[in-house]
Design a protein around this ligand. Sequence first.
Ligand code: NAD
Length: 256
Amino acid sequence: MNLDGKICIITGGASGIGFEIAKKFAAAGGKVAIADINVDAAKTAAKSLGEGHLGVDMDVTEPDAVQRGVDKVIDAHGRVDVLLSNAGIQMVKRVEEFTLEEWRKVVSIHLDGAFLTSKAVLPHMYKQGSGTILYMGSVHSQEASALKAPYVAAKHGLMGLARTIAKEGGEKGVRTNVICPGFVKTPLVEKQIPEQARDLGLSEEEVVNRVMLGETVDKQFTTVEDVAHTALFLATFPSNALTGQSIVVSHGWRMD
Ligand code: NAD
């Protein structure tokens, strides 16, 4: 699976899953632009990949920041071949406890971020006649869990956006797919364990074994490597045969 100098933008690539995918894409020959709201971390992460990779300042909820970031990649490389819209956050509380501001923040990072970055790269991909857009969904693109209303709603929404762009982009050589991981131990998940224990009245061990891993086939966390492997498979898939789809990578949690 080779990316052969392909130009890849990864949002939220300074940490966790996005950074592991950045390493995988770079090792496969891609030139990676790590676009993150934490610009210092993005630059450090890009530097750690070696020559030719970029750290880009981008808040994915801000249209001007997204356009500036994509323009920077186009100025440097003249094209963009892969977009991975991955930036995300989580907040856990019951629906009646979420403020509208909190709801909007979670939905905006996931859905506005996916829309704005797609809108910025699509004209370039259409001009080239090729491109791949990947969205970082979740098992929560297809399944719900208590305490995660805006996250679950936004992750379901990514499926609709991906399927629409698959239809609009098909004849122009642009494919789009959604990666749906189960629980992966990153800062985003580490933070939730004590929060869910408090809100559900469980011990942290019970949150891990019952809430997070209870429906897996082997009580194992999915790893960042598992997700990166799936991302590389989708990024290098050679035709429109695989578009508008999702792949669940979750140790068997949520089987269709
Ligand atoms: P993480 O917290 O390690 O990384 C998230 C990254 O997004 C950080 O670098 C952060 O700075 C960046 N970010 C946050 N807000 C941003 C914004 N407005 N603009 C640009 N960048 C922003 O989290 P992670 O676990 O690696 O999550 C990455 C993606 O994977 C998210 O979309 C998450 O929903 C999804 N996901 C995670 C899991 C899991 O169990 N960890 C499971 C399924 C899906």
